[in-house]
Ligand binder design. Structure first.
Ligand code: AMP
Length: 204
């Protein structure tokens, strides 16, 4: 089964994606993670992506689509889980031209909790593990021991722009996938375990 994970920034897509990858043996493709790897390596794509990411804007579709197409090619026949892609209807249409999407799981959260969730988020510079600052006793990653930092685009001024971009460009994908009969809504307001249990009801 090929899955698209939808939801606002801070809805918990990354957290759930890691669990789903393990449980359902899916190839996890996160465009945000791929861009961050490029930025760390200071590639051409990374330098271009940084100029958009730091402003909370979307990286242009042609650049984004190239990295997704190559990740899908690498996945070969493996079932995949797309996390953070598509982000607008143009990307969704491009994706439809390439592969069949079986389910779009929308993690539904109240917009009022998102700013705190994102601004309080700390991410491991090495393995990408994320946690809310209130649950960490220091800045050491509980998973791999590397440093946990705040992503540059998780600062409050950028978060406002990211949420606006989500409302304007990404939220319409809920209707896009509903119209195709593959949308499933999951309540994202519970703990990570509760949300994963909801996803389990959908995927079995
Ligand atoms: P994420 O880790 O999914 O929150 O993505 C971080 C940032 O990477 C986003 O705010 C965008 O600037 C960029 N990005 C990630 N996925 C996409 C995409 N599908 N299209 C355009 N930009 C993206």
């Amino acid at each position: 089964m090929n899955i698209v994970l939808l939801g606002a920034p801070g809805a918990g897509k990354g957290t759930q994606a890691l669990r789903m990858e393990e449980r359902y043996k899916l190839r996890h493709i996160s465009t945000g993670d791929i861009f961050r790897q490029h930025m760390r390596r200071q590639t051409e794509v990374g330098n271009l992506a940084r100029s958009y990411i730091k402003k909370g804007q979307l990286v242009p579709d042609d650049v984004t689509f190239k990295i997704v197409a190559s990740a899908l090619e690498e996945a070969g026949n493996e079932n995949f889980l797309l996390d953070g892609f598509p982000r607008n209807t143009n990307q969704a249409a491009m994706l439809d031209g390439l592969v069949k999407i079986d389910k779009a799981i929308n993690i539904d959260v109240d917009m009022s909790v998102l700013t705190d969730r994102i601004c309080g988020r700390r991410s491991c510079i090495e393995c990408g593990y994320t946690a809310h600052v209130s649950t960490l006793s220091d800045s050491v990653c509980p998973k791999c021991g590397c440093e946990m930092v705040q992503r540059m685009d998780d600062r409050e001024d950028t978060v406002r722009d990211r949420l606006r971009v989500y409302e304007e460009q990404t939220a319409p994908l809920i209707e896009y996938y509903r119209a195709r009969g593959v949308l499933v809504n999951v309540n994202g307001m519970g703990s990570p375990e509760e949300v994963f249990a909801e996803i389990g009801k959908v995927l079995g």
